[in-house]
Design a protein around this ligand. Structure first.
Ligand SMILES: Cc1cc2nc3c(=O)[nH]c(=O)nc-3n(C[C@H](O)[C@H](O)[C@H](O)COP(=O)(O)OP(=O)(O)OC[C@H]3O[C@@H](n4cnc5c(N)ncnc54)[C@H](O)[C@@H]3O)c2cc1C
Length: 394
């Protein structure tokens, strides 16, 4: 089957680029391996600026109707007393909100389908080949195979899963690798407008109210620390060991979830792959986590996924025909736009992650923040919470 563009993966990055290109009248196929709804390791907070973007793309009204309360304050919960401060206000919707990924990803994919994209789900992209003019993507479902053909291929399959595509990242197995965990709780005692950052030895995390009175607790922890915790505590799973570690390290968290009920299972994923990667290589565009990933400590991955899809679609819109010369020109412009929008927050996130996960620096940061609570507001601003998206081609 022949398309203008094939998008691999229907997380926020894949659906946003599929939506934007379908809106331009292009023929788009989007391939997603898992069935929806599916939960995902993610804190589920979305900065306010993305609500405006979703209004343009489609899905904004549904997301607003379903998302949790506005997050008006940020806080730091570490081993000592906690501190909170105001979240910086964005233009348009002033404050961000959280929405379960089992809900958000379905809304965005439905919007892409409604905009005209052909959705292949549950199908897995298994191979990408090219003849110089067009790429061929071999896709597989349970017992069937097919081939999709298009001049443009966009890899939006995230960075954590292993696979044989040329865009899958190589395996890593280092003690400092970070693994992500996430759980939903009901009945927690977190203030409804507050999003605390959790700092504990070997990792960091966050809590926020999402939809349907579910509170999302998500975190990252080093591989070596999680192995030691599991051995020491005799926990039956890594998630249980991490849960116990957070409760022991952050007394405020313990007091807030002591009477709460776990809603669904703990999920785990990883290793995480923070860093900046090529946005265009081997004639394939990359969006979302695959293009570049910030430490989740700043809760900006969904923003970067949605916005990178939009940035790429804007650059593609400059050309009627997507021949090789056009793809190279788009790749160059998209990479520059991507850097301007995201590079600073990725670097700030790496610094914050280092400070939060080491006990001595976390204690020093906690002391500093309790003296200067507005540093939390400034940190939220520096990490892109209010940064507007340039609208290149409306
Ligand atoms: C602990 C933790 C907490 C976080 N908290 C937040 C937060 O609060 N706010 C925030 O903004 N970000 C947060 N993030 C980051 C955020 O989850 C990611 O940045 C975001 O999911 C990236 O979106 P994506 O579309 O690039 O990839 P993904 O969401 O990973 O989507 C990729 C999709 O591709 C599909 N796929 C994979 N391989 C194939 C294939 N071969 N064929 C077809 N389909 C395929 C997958 O099934 C998946 O649906 C957090 C991350 C972690 C680890």
């Amino acid at each position: 089957m022949m398309y203008d563009a094939i998008v691999i993966g229907a997380g926020p990055s894949g659906s946003s680029v599929a939506l934007a290109l379908s809106g331009q009248g292009r023929a788009v196929a989007i391939v997603e391996r898992s069935e929806f709804p599916r939960r995902k390791v993610c804190g589920e907070f979305m900065s306010a600026v993305n609500l405006d973007l979703l209004d343009k793309l489609g899905g904004g009204a549904v997301v607003r109707a379903k998302a949790g309360p506005e997050v008006k304050r940020v806080a730091l919960f570490a081993s000592g007393p906690s501190t909170d401060a105001g979240m910086p206000r964005a233009a348009g919707d002033a404050f961000g909100r959280a929405l379960g990924r089992d809900v958000l990803d379905g809304i965005l994919l439905d919007a892409a389908r409604d905009a005209g994209a052909d959705v292949f789900q549950p199908w897995r992209a298994a191979e990408i080949t090219t003849d110089g003019d067009n790429a061929m993507v071999r896709i597989e479902s349970k017992h069937v195979q097919g081939v999709l053909v298009a001049p443009v291929v966009i890899a939006a399959h995230g960075s954590w899963e292993q696979g044989r595509l040329p865009t899958n990242l190589p395996k890593t197995n280092a003690p400092h690798d970070l693994f992500g965990f996430k759980a939903h709780f009901t009945g927690a005692e977190l203030d409804r407008d507050l999003m605390p950052l959790l700092a504990f030895p070997g990792g960091y995390g966050g809590m926020v109210w999402a939809d349907r009175n579910r509170m999302s607790l998500s975190c990252c922890i080093r591989r070596d620390v999680s192995i030691r915790l599991r051995e020491k505590g005799n926990a039956s799973s890594a998630a249980q060991a991490v849960h116990a570690h957070i409760l022991a390290s952050c007394p405020r968290v313990a007091s807030m979830i002591v009477n709460a009920t776990l809603h669904g299972e703990w999920l785990a994923a990883g290793p995480m792959r923070p860093g900046i990667r090529p946005r265009f290589a081997d004639d394939i565009f990359r969006v979302g986590n695959l293009a570049g990933e910030s430490h989740p400590i700043i809760a900006e991955g969904i923003s970067m996924a949605l916005q990178s899809g939009w940035l790429l679609a804007n650059e593609l819109a400059r050309f009627d025909r997507w021949d090789r010369a056009a793809r190279i020109a788009v790749g160059r412009r998209y990479s520059k736009a991507w850097n301007r929008q995201f590079a600073t927050r990725i670097r700030v996130a790496a610094l914050l992650a280092r400070l939060a996960s080491h006990p001595m620096s976390a204690a020093a940061v906690n002391t500093f923040v309790s003296g200067f609570p507005n540093s939390l507001t400034l940190g939220a601003r520096l990490t892109g919470k209010t940064k507007l998206l340039p609208i290149a081609c409306d």
